[in-house]
Design a protein around this ligand. Structure first.
Ligand code: SAH
Ligand code: SF4
Ligand code: F3S
Length: 469
């Protein structure tokens, strides 16, 4: 499914734009800048790295403000709030662009796959120069070229795509860790979710492409990778030679020098015993799984089209903990799905208590036009939803504090990720469980895995101290 000629075509456009940019810079004596704003999930964050890679290759230099020569918004549309934030930003940019001659604004990502959003932008936000979607980000250079050549707004949205273009420039936000796409799209059609409509059908990358990308990353200093897909557990089913996610994960874990592997997201319906065995067996696969439950009510799970029951889910949790007693489990939960009763909500709350999550993202249901759930009459009051949400949040926070308590006093491997935001004598890192620890240390530890004793539980993170072993 890989078309080398498409890669070559894009690389030659990048070359040409780069010459154009250089000529312009020689005249003006100033470097052209770019800035990428990312909304949404890890998938979008990874796409933004690819966009930045292309822009840098063209010759733009990155700047940390939106007052740049090329600004790109990589949008999300999973909940209504995500859309509203993009409109807000575009509104603010009207004035910024008026004061910045030659500025180009591009919009891409999931929200652009919705015709209604694109129409609204074309009508009300005339400051936008380029609009494209999730399926053709590899074409960024070509779209810029079109905009410069025609002077007109360029809109290029593909309904879906069957090809995966490999080997274009890309960069990493952190030198020591990165996300790696193993698949694109989603076939699950959970009743509330817009992602399958805006990201298209499931397509897996070939294992050899994934493995060689990770080997190159490791040779370049990466110690931790996060394998990315909307449902990694169904990886590989549509490949010419089918490969299971567990098989891929084992191969990744055998890469020399790769110290940590994470993956997300796992759909409970497809989590295999083979996967649990691979996780338990490999030292470099983090003892953490993000396993979105969405609801604890069988009635609601069925309506959501999730294909598992609360009993199935609890059995999975049991299996995971039997195989790996120290595994951290995190989840996503939706409150206020149409027709959720107080009893359904209680079922969710009970399940949450029973599992005792290390962490949970809790969301208020947001109606997405075009999804089956959007057609169900909505009968829950705002106050009721807020009340349920607050009760759930209180439980989740209490449980994650308890989960931190379990590892208090123990020594853990920590990947040091950044200097501490508030105290320059401290650094911040992550445990295998994904929990955060702040501890005294200098910036030269960043990117290294060190042993840290967890000395204090501050509810949302630890304070620790480095120990030598
Ligand atoms: N593919 C992942 C989730 C991707 S979206 C999975 O299936 O687990 C991340 C989370 O956003 C979902 O797990 C869900 O909890 C939440 N979400 C998705 N659509 C939503 C909606 N319409 N309203 C509220 N939350 C939603
Ligand atoms: Fe959305 Fe469900 Fe696909 Fe996750 S698995 S992206 S929640 S449709
Ligand atoms: Fe949002 Fe698209 Fe991710 S809708 S959550 S950015 S796949």
């Amino acid at each position: 499914m890989e078309y080398l000629d498409e890669t070559e075509k894009q690389l030659s456009i990048i070359e040409e734009l780069s010459r154009r940019l250089k000529a312009e810079e020689e005249k003006t004596g100033v470097k052209k800048t770019f800035h990428v704003v990312t909304f949404g999930c890890q998938m979008n964050a990874r796409d933004s790295e690819k966009l930045a890679g292309i822009l840098r290759r063209i010759g733009y230099v990155e700047t940390d403000t939106e007052d740049a020569d090329f600004v790109i918004y990589n949008t999300c549309t999973v909940r209504e709030n995500a859309d509203l934030r993009v409109y807000g930003r575009l509104g603010q940019m009207k004035r910024v662009k008026e004061k910045h001659p030659g500025m180009l604004i591009a919009l891409c990502g999931c929200m652009m796959q919705e015709p209604a959003a694109v129409e609204k932008i074309r009508k009300s936000y005339r400051n936008v120069d380029i609009i494209f979607g999730t399926h053709n980000i590899f074409k960024l250079a070509q779209l810029i070229q079109e905009r410069l050549d025609t002077g007109e707004i360029v809109v290029d949205i593909w309904p879906d795509r069957d090809m995966i273009v490999e080997n274009l420039p890309s960069e990493r936000k952190y030198p020591f860790k990165c996300g790696v796409n193993i698949m694109f799209g989603c076939n699950n059609f959970c009743s509330y979710c817009i992602v399958p409509y805006v990201r298209g059908r499931e397509r897996s990358r070939r294992p050899e492409d994934i493995l060689s990308e990770i080997r190159a990353d490791v040779a370049d200093g990466v110690v931790e990778v996060m394998l990315l897909g909307q449902n990694v557990n169904s990886y590989g089913k549509n490949l010419e030679t089918p490969v299971s996610f567990a098989q891929l994960l084992r191969q990744v874990s055998e890469i020399d020098g790769l110290q940590r592997i994470r993956f997300m997201t796992s759909h409970p319906k497809d989590l295999s015993d083979e996967l649990i065995a691979v996780m338990a067996d490999a030292d470099n696969i983090c003892r953490h799984i993000h396993l979105p439950v969405q609801s604890g009510s069988n009635r609601i799970l069925k309506a959501m089209n999730r294909h598992y029951t609360r009993e199935d889910y609890l059995r999975l949790v049991d299996k995971l903990r039997t195989a790996m007693p120290d595994i951290a489990i995190t989840t996503d939960i939706i409150v206020g799905y149409p027709e959720e009763t107080e009893q359904d909500f209680q079922d969710t709350l009970d399940l949450v208590k029973e599992v005792g999550y290390d962490g949970a993202f809790t969301f208020i249901y947001s109606k997405r036009t075009g999804t089956p759930a959007a057609k169900i009459p909505y009968n829950i009051s705002k106050e009721e939803i807020k009340d349920r949400f607050d009760r759930l949040l209180a439980q989740v926070q209490c449980d994650s504090k308890k989960a931190l308590e379990k590892r208090l006093g123990t020594v853990q491997s920590v990947l040091v990720e950044s200097p501490n935001d508030h105290d320059p004598s401290m650094v911040t890192g992550r445990l295998e469980s994904n929990a955060i620890v702040h501890f005294p240390g200098s910036a030269d530890l960043i990117g290294r895995i060190v042993q840290v004793k967890m000395t204090e539980n501050r509810s949302f993170y630890y304070i620790g101290e480095r120990v030598s072993v």
